[in-house]
Design a protein around this ligand. Structure first.
Ligand SMILES: [Zn+2]
Ligand SMILES: [Zn+2]
Length: 245
């Protein structure tokens, strides 16, 4: 499903969203769904007439397992580099390698067990970095949902990939989701930073992308937003969004 020219949403993912950026010189995946979704990513690559070996990079908006499920296999199979902000990784002194990590994560092992295995971080992202994808994919470090959450911005295409920092139902943004490890102060500062951007399309981590007028929709949400709402209300909103999806 092409959201914008060259920007595809991988179809058939039920829990979270993954986006494939397609250009002649290669393919970039932003997030990858839950464990088991790798097959859907690969069959979509085939469906658009491209080869799995062309997947050169997987960029993660954050390290939660509902966005990183199949990337270890995908990376092994295609050679794709796994890129993530260091705030969502942990340094393993023994090997001096970095592994994906998020707050309250259960212990991770070298065993090949979904949700409990170590996933390597090959390339670390930093705020302000520009990746050579579709004319320049900018990295914005937007902590809050997790310490290493990033949003990815394609200014030339007017598209923002929000991960779980902002969710939407196709018509408007949903309020941010609180999670173990969420820092409300950081979250607020990050969302306000996003509100300063000019963008038309928001490719969100859950729910349906907002195709047009996204910056104005975000401002609308912020104008009516009460930052200190009870946690259980957030849980209900989160559940409703996912069930509808
Ligand atoms: Zn998340
Ligand atoms: Zn998520």
């Amino acid at each position: 499903m092409e959201v914008r020219p060259g920007i595809h949403q991988v179809p058939g993912l039920r829990w979270s969203n993954a986006y494939l950026l397609v250009e002649d010189q290669g393919l970039t995946l932003i997030d990858a769904g839950i464990p088991g979704d790798g097959k859907k990513v690969l069959s979509y690559i085939q469906h658009i007439g491209r080869d799995a070996q062309e997947l050169s990079r997987v960029v993660l908006t954050h390290s939660h397992p509902d966005h990183t499920g199949p990337i270890r296999e995908l990376s092994r199979l295609t050679g794709a580099v796994i890129s993530v902000h260091p705030g969502d990784t942990r340094l393993r002194a023994k090997t001096n390698g970095r592994w994906l990590h998020y707050p309250w994560q259960p212990p991770a092992w070298d065993w090949d067990v979904p949700l409990l295995r170590r996933i390597p971080a090959h390339q670390l992202l930093e705020d302000g970095q520009e990746l050579p994808v579709l004319g320049g994919l900018q990295v914005l470090h937007t902590p809050g949902h997790t310490p290493g959450s990033v949003c990815l911005f394609l200014p030339k295409h007017s598209v923002l990939f929000t991960g779980d920092m902002l969710l939407a139902d196709g018509r408007r943004f949903r309020r941010p989701v609180y999670f173990p490890g969420t820092n409300l102060g950081d979250y607020r500062a990050s969302v306000e930073r996003l509100a300063g951007l000019t963008f038309d399309t928001a490719c969100v981590g859950h729910g349906k992308p907002l195709l047009e007028g996204s910056a104005a929709r975000l401002q609308e949400m912020l104008d009516h937003y009460a930052w200190m709402s009870p946690r259980w209300t957030e849980v209900k909103r989160w559940a409703r969004l996912i069930l509808r999806h």
